[in-house]
Design a protein around this ligand. Structure first.
Ligand code: ADP
Length: 539
């Protein structure tokens, strides 16, 4: 550990909190710049909302949300409208302070008028969200899933998902929310940090029981009840990929600002904690993303009043050790060199697959649901047949290590999801016109140049209207209480302006087609311009 930094360069830096913990110029860091900001409740909600505007069906895994205080009037109006159109709708909402964690400050309400709008909400912004009233229950208890996801690279996008996670249980039997039980946190909130204080909390001494279990143990249970576990995994994978696709545009803006192109490095990777709730019909819903998921594998045990000791937590150990070990294996800078050198790599890969298959059977044997889970985990692990006799794992430096628990899902499934990456392309335009290295906001001149170079101004859309559009949108975004370190237009404001321009130009199409058409149009004109400049340069 080097709390004051280290002079000699390292291959891998493991920061405790954020990218900025130390000044790093080479190697790989386990944090992306801007990730902590991106996964805050409000920023995540905004990023997902943009995607919901473009692709409502694809992004229906995130509960309908409103940002407080600015969207309070909208929240009231929309709820009233929905109630009017469906009088049988009796919703519950959950209010979550922005930047809060561990259930801190969260409460449930039945009506918008119950929001505590006194003082604190103004000073502490929050997200209010439709409460999922019918979660899947196991042993009559509500639970959520913590899945570990490795964002290995942003450009090109590379995502891995851990094949096992944690299931964290409530400690009071679940009842649908009523005015009487709204305040019962042990019934409605699955946070470990809250439920640990309940007298009903059961420390798990194996992975299948207690208040914290492995996700695979839940899958075994579901599978034995005949649930389609394979579909569930594929829905979860798609939720994870889509969420990361929503986050990448802004992450790229932060990235180029902290690590401008041409700088030697570092490169980044990050383990994220995805919190997912399963609905009764097994549909996974995203609750939140954690940039610093706890990697503790011990828990505190009270020996005598006030005296604590750390004892191992087998469930945490089972899941988290594998995640860290395999993250290091995947980012190991020596690995690539070895791969290139080793002609027998293929052979070793097939040995690993063999180990995977055997591991699947072992899990299934344990829970006696051989066929279903083996199918599901095969889908996740993508194992294939291999000839065991040929295995000689001793030839690999990774011999003796278990098979990878992290499974690549992107670019593996890129073809299915690339059409969603429209805002990424808008962000690329934004970054191109940012001009000065190290900034995250676009000035008025940059915006004018964008309009001019992309040939977006014409007789019905003068440069004066361009300036008005810039000023209107920028002013509104800058008044929303988002940090004011730099003046100018942030990416979200640019995206809004871009959507406006797209709607103007391609009136009758659905929004995502309008936006896609405008991106094509801009990219075409910029390519022509680049070509001209190249020719002039040569001349
Ligand atoms: P925190 O960061 O404080 O843990 P979360 O967004 O994870 O905030 O919410 C805390 C808990 O509240 C979750 O673990 C989950 O049990 C419950 N919860 C959050 N959002 C919803 C929702 N929309 N519907 C049902 N339960 C929810």
């Amino acid at each position: 550990q080097f709390p004051f930094g280290r002079r000699l360069p390292c291959d891998i830096y493991w920061h405790g909190v954020s990218f900025h913990d130390n000044d790093i110029f080479s190697g790989q860091v386990n944090k992306f710049p801007g990730m902590t900001e991106m996964v805050r409740k409000i920023t995540l909600s905004r990023a997902v909302r943009t995607m919901q505007d473009l692709f409502p069906l694809e992004y229906n895994f995130y509960p309908r949300s409103w940002i407080l205080p600015e969207e309070f009037p909208l929240f009231v109006a929309e709820v009233r409208m929905m109630k009017d159109s469906d009088p049988s709708w009796k919703p519950t909402f959950i209010v979550k302070p922005d930047g809060g964690c561990q259930g801190d400050g969260i409460y449930l309400i039945k009506d918008p008028s119950d929001i505590r709008l006194t003082g604190s909400i103004q000073s502490r912004p929050a997200v209010v969200q439709e409460y999922i009233c019918k979660p899947l229950l196991v042993d009559k208890l509500k639970f959520d899933i913590r899945l570990y996801v490795l964002l290995k690279s942003l450009e090109p996008l590379e995502i891995y998902i851990a094949k096992d996670g944690l299931s964290r249980f409530c400690t009071e039997p679940y009842q649908e929310p009523t005015l009487k039980n709204l305040h019962q946190v042990f019934m409605h909130l699955t946070n470990y940090s809250l439920n640990i204080h309940s007298g009903n909390f059961i420390h798990s001494d194996n992975v299948n029981t207690g208040s914290k279990r492995t996700f695979s143990s839940i899958l075994c249970r579901l599978s034995s009840r005949g649930a389609d576990v394979k579909k569930l995994w594929s829905d979860i994978i798609s939720l994870v990929i889509k969420t990361i696709i929503a986050l990448t545009p802004e992450l790229k803006v932060y990235y180029q600002s902290d690590i401008p192109a041409g700088k030697p490095g570092p490169t980044c990777f990050q383990i994220l904690g995805f919190d997912i709730l399963l609905m009764k019909n097994l549909k996974p819903m995203l609750l939140e993303v954690n940039a610093n998921p706890s990697m503790r594998i011990e828990r505190e045990q009270e020996l005598s009043p006030g005296v604590f000791e750390n004892v191992p937590s087998p469930v945490d150990e089972e899941v988290k050790v594998a995640v860290i070990r395999d993250t290091l294996r995947l980012v190991d800078p020596q690995k690539k060199k070895r791969k290139d050198k080793n002609p027998e790599r293929q052979h070793i890969e097939s040995c690993k697959k063999e180990v995977n298959i055997r591991y699947n059977y072992l899990i299934c044997y344990r829970c006696q649901t051989l066929e279903h889970v083996s199918e599901a985990s095969e889908a996740l692990l993508d194992t294939g047949p291999a000839d065991r006799r040929e295995c000689d794992a001793a030839r690999s430096p990774e011999a003796g290590l278990p098979s990878l628990c992290l499974k690549q899902v992107f670019p593996k499934y890129a073809k299915q999801f690339n059409y969603l990456r429209l805002v990424d392309r808008v962000a690329a335009l934004f970054i191109r016109f940012l001009g000065v290295k190290g900034t995250t906001k676009l000035g008025p001149t940059g915006f004018r140049t964008f309009i001019r170079n992309c040939k977006l101004s014409n007789s019905s859309f003068s440069m004066a209207s361009v300036d008005i559009l810039y000023i209107d949108i920028t002013r509104r975004w800058n008044s929303m209480g988002i940090e004011h370190k730099e003046s100018g237009m942030c990416l979200q404001a640019f995206v809004e302006a871009f959507f406006c321009l797209a709607q103007k130009k391609y009136k009758s199409l659905p929004l995502h087609e309008q936006v896609a058409s405008l991106i094509d149009f801009c990219e075409y004109h910029l390519a022509v311009l680049d070509e001209k400049r190249l020719v002039c340069g040569r001349g």
